[in-house]
Write a protein that binds this ligand. Structure first.
Ligand code: CMP
Length: 226
C-alpha cells in the first residue's frame, strides 16, 4: 500500500481508487468538517493526524470530547455516507496532514463492486463500538493515571518513533488540554497523572511528545499485560 494509506484489512488499496480521490493538504487546526453538517464523502489519512471530537456542550464537563486520534491508514466520515445522516463529530488536523477524499458516488460504486470494502467497514464499526464500550467502562472504573497510561499506549500504536534501544518516542503533538479531552479528565489531573507515570519511571513527558522508558510499567498502569 502506498504511503501507509489503506482501507484496513482489505485488498482494496487507495491506489485502486486514486483516480476517484482528491488530495487535501491541511495544517494544524484546519477543519475537515463540522459535527451536524451533511456528509458527502469519506476520507483516508495518508500522512499526519486528525482528531475526531464533539465540541464541549457542558461547561467544565470532564467527559471525553475527543473520540479518536486517527493517523496514516485510518479512515473516517463513512457513517454519514452509510446512513445518510449528519456528521456525528467534528474533525480537524492536529499537525500537517494529507487526506484523500472519496465522494459519495465513487463510494457507492465501490461498495457495490467490492464486498471486501463492505466487510472492512463493518469490522471497523464493530471495533469502534468495542472501543467506545471500553471507554465508558474506563470512565467508571479506572483512575486518571490508568486512563492516561492507556491513552499513551493507544497513541504509541500510531505515532511512535524509535530513539534509543528500549526507548520509544510517541510523537503525539497534542497539547495537555487535548490529552485531557482524550482521556476525559481535567487538565490538572492529567498533569498530575503524567507526573506519577514519570516518577514511576514509565515515561518522560514533554510538550508534544512522550518518551516511553519502561513499557512494562506503562502497561501495568494501563491495566494491560505487556
Ligand atoms: P461521520 O459521522 O460521517 O463523521 C464523523 C466521523 O467521525 C464519523 O463518520 C466516523 O468516521 C468518525 N467517528 C465518529 N465517532 C467515532 C469514534 N468514537 N471513534 C472513531 N471515529 C469516530
Amino acid at each position: 500500500m502506498t504511503n501507509g494509506a489503506s482501507l484496513e484489512g482489505t485488498a482494496i488499496s487507495v491506489d485502486g481508487l486514486r483516480a476517484a480521490m482528491t488530495r487535501l493538504d491541511l495544517k494544524r487546526g484546519d477543519v475537515v468538517f463540522a459535527e451536524g453538517s451533511p456528509g458527502d464523502s469519506l476520507f483516508v489519512v495518508q500522512t499526519g493526524a486528525v482528531k475526531v471530537f464533539r465540541p464541549r456542550t457542558v461547561q467544565r464537563s470532564t467527559s471525553p470530547t475527543i473520540l479518536a486520534i486517527l493517523g496514516p491508514g485510518d479512515h473516517f466520515g463513512e457513517m454519514s455516507l452509510l446512513n445518510g445522516e449528519l456528521r456525528t463529530a467534528t474533525v480537524t488536523a492536529v499537525r500537517a496532514t494529507t487526506l484523500l477524499e472519496l465522494t459519495r458516488d465513487a463510494f457507492d460504486h465501490e461498495l457495490e463492486a467490492n464486498s471486501a470494502l463492505a466487510a472492512t467497514l463493518m469490522r471497523d464499526l464493530a471495533r469502534r463500538i468495542r472501543l467506545s464500550s471500553n471507554a465508558v467502562a474506563e470512565l467508571v472504573y479506572a483512575d486518571v493515571p490508568s486512563r492516561v497510561a492507556r491513552a499513551i499506549v493507544v497513541l504509541a500504536e500510531k505515532f511512535s518513533v524509535s530513539t534509543a534501544p528500549g526507548e520509544t518516542r510517541v510523537d503525539h503533538q497534542l497539547t495537555q488540554s487535548e490529552l485531557a479531552e482524550f482521556v476525559g479528565a481535567a487538565r490538572e489531573s492529567v498533569n498530575r497523572a503524567l507526573g506519577i507515570l514519570e516518577r514511576a519511571g514509565a515515561i518522560v513527558a514533554r510538550p508534544g511528545f512522550v518518551k516511553v522508558t519502561n513499557y512494562e510499567r506503562l502497561h501495568a498502569y494501563a491495566g494491560l499485560s505487556a
